[in-house]
Design a protein around this ligand. Structure first.
Ligand SMILES: Cc1cc2nc3c(=O)[nH]c(=O)nc-3n(C[C@H](O)[C@H](O)[C@H](O)COP(=O)(O)O)c2cc1C
Length: 212
């Protein structure tokens, strides 16, 4: 018989959702039948993929920070660029994010959502976009990038959050940008780092708690 606090390290089907858990306590030791709050650190581990699309590296750093917080909260997180073609079906949950260019996710991240739509739809998924820079941009209301609106119905993400971004033209490699994008950068993009690490970490902690 499988007792609830001693669930095996294999996929469990629960209310139609496949969840991957591992029990981090030695079987037979006093396990608490309580998977909330700090007990998550002691008892339950979810394998979580944090996949990102990033042109100049600042979204990659946001993804790394989210993965670090998930780890601190007791989950087994793996961070990977969408260009490395990670497979979300090997994970119990996924966080997927992208930098925003002209109101769109980067092509690699959009393709990742499309390619793995059915796999993502069958597990808990959180999305984030990393976009606005400049004081006015950061203060303005942020509409969903087109790719996020498109998958709200099909993937059903638990949440989508827009985080302020960062840009430094002195270090950015423009070789991957087209003519229109270079013009946008030259005319409209502010240099600086507006990333709100407290907001990012708080969001990641919320994800960790809801997976526990
Ligand atoms: C060509 C270009 C277009 C951009 N367009 C947008 C946009 O439409 N909306 C937005 O919020 N941010 C826009 N940004 C800002 C970036 O999304 C922001 O700098 C982000 O933090 C970059 O992430 P990365 O370093 O991971 O590439 C644009 C940046 C570039 C270079």
């Amino acid at each position: 018989m499988t007792c609830r606090p001693c669930l095996p390290a294999e996929p469990l089907v629960r209310r139609g959702t496949v969840r991957w858990y591992e029990h981090s306590q030695t079987p037979g030791t006093a396990a608490k039948d309580d998977r909330t709050g700090s007990d998550a650190k002691k008892g339950w581990t979810m394998k979580v993929l944090v996949a990102y699309g990033s042109q100049f590296g600042s979204t990659a750093q946001i993804a790394e920070r989210i993965a670090t917080v998930l780890r601190q909260e007791g989950h087994d997180s793996t961070v990977a660029s969408v260009d490395e073609a990670p497979d979300p079906s090997a994970f119990g949950a996924a966080v997927v994010g992208s930098a925003v260019h002209a109101g769109h996710w980067l092509t690699g991240a959009a393709t990742f959502l499309d390619r793995h739509r059915s796999s993502l739809a069958s597990r808990p998924v959180w999305l984030f976009s990393s976009g606005p820079v400049g004081d006015r941009g950061v203060a303005a209301p942020q509409p969903d990038p087109k790719e996020v609106s498109k998958v709200r119905g099909s993937i059903g993400p638990r949440d989508h959050r827009v985080f302020a971004g960062s840009f430094d033209r002195a270090t950015a490699d423009f070789s991957g940008l087209g003519l229109v994008e270079r013009t946008v950068v030259r005319r409209f993009l502010s240099d600086g780092d507006w990333r709100d690490w407290d907001a990012i970490e708080g969001w990641a902690r919320g994800i960790a708690r809801s997976l526990s």
